[in-house]
Design a protein around this ligand. Structure first.
Ligand code: ADE
Length: 264
């Protein structure tokens, strides 16, 4: 099993606050890249998170290290075999503390969102199963998978990128991972809305000025403007998000103002 951070002693399930990820994948090196950069990289270095990868190919017994076979009933493509995936999952689970569900990444799953990321961030860990080919023998899903999760309504060539997206979205929510000045509390979707626009120096670039209120030092005015932008952009770009919210009178006023300003 490949593990990050690399350490001689057992790094998983030691009763501390960190979160543990184990990914079952035919491409372990792909998964390693999520831990090499940025926020997840730092969290691994600081031992706030551990990441292990288990390859089903290491759980085969034939000379060709076969992990897939033709589908019963015919049709294109190959299907991942029960036994090597089951053995890899059991090894991966054995490395993690109790209470870590097995999540299979597949287009048939429930679509991953911020609420799901929040729920996962409260778990001791996750076993993420990344499929390849046409999918995995359904009997493995029945017997070993707790939850099926999709990244969205499109087909990737494997679950690895989806597993990495889940790891990234969850790790940034863990206590101590983001500094105060990059806190996840300001993120898009935290209040069910898109984020407001952001600007940095210079004040004028390509003939465009930073919105005046952001230069005013009026903190209440800035907060009001940001809320208004978040509401207005969500209304225009993601009306589905707004329909799920019960807007307060104040939010409705801000949205009306935004739409009026847009018409001017
Ligand atoms: N594997 C292939 N497509 C996928 C998707 N949309 N989400 C998660 N895993 C996948």
């Amino acid at each position: 099993m490949l593990t990050w951070p690399r350490a001689e002693s057992t790094l998983i399930g030691n009763g501390t606050e960190e979160m543990h990820f184990a990914v079952v994948s035919l491409f372990p090196e792909m998964i390693g890249t999520v831990g090499q950069f940025g926020v997840v990289g730092r969290a691994l270095q600081r031992n706030l998170v551990t990441l292990a990868v288990e390859n089903p190919r290491d759980h085969t017994s034939d000379a060709h290290r076969t992990v897939d076979d033709r589908p019963y009933g015919g049709g294109p493509g190959m299907v991942m075999k029960f036994e090597p995936v089951a053995a890899a999952l059991e090894t991966a689970k054995g490395q993690l503390p109790e209470g870590c569900p097995v999540v299979y990444l597949s287009p048939q799953g429930r679509v991953f969102d911020q609420a799901m990321a929040n729920r996962f961030s409260n778990l001791p860990g996750l076993v993420l199963l990344a499929g390849r080919y046409e999918g995995i023998d359904e009997r493995l899903i029945d017997s070993h998978v707790d939850e099926e999760v999709s990244l969205g309504d499109y087909v990737l060539s494997g679950g690895e990128i989806a597993a990495m997206a889940v790891i990234d979205a969850v790790v940034r929510l863990l206590p101590g991972v983001l500094g105060d000045d990059e806190s996840a509390t300001q993120d898009s979707f935290v209040e069910g809305l898109l984020d407001c626009p952001h600007y940095t120096r210079p004040e004028v670039v390509a003939g465009k000025r930073v919105p005046e209120v952001l230069l005013s030092g009026d903190h209440a005015g800035i907060a009001r403007w940001r809320n208004k932008q978040a509401l207005g952009r969500s209304f225009q770009r993601r009306p589905d998000l707004l329909r799920k919210l019960d807007l307060t009178d104040e939010q409705q006023t801000l949205l009306d103002e935004y739409l009026k300003e847009q018409r001017q």
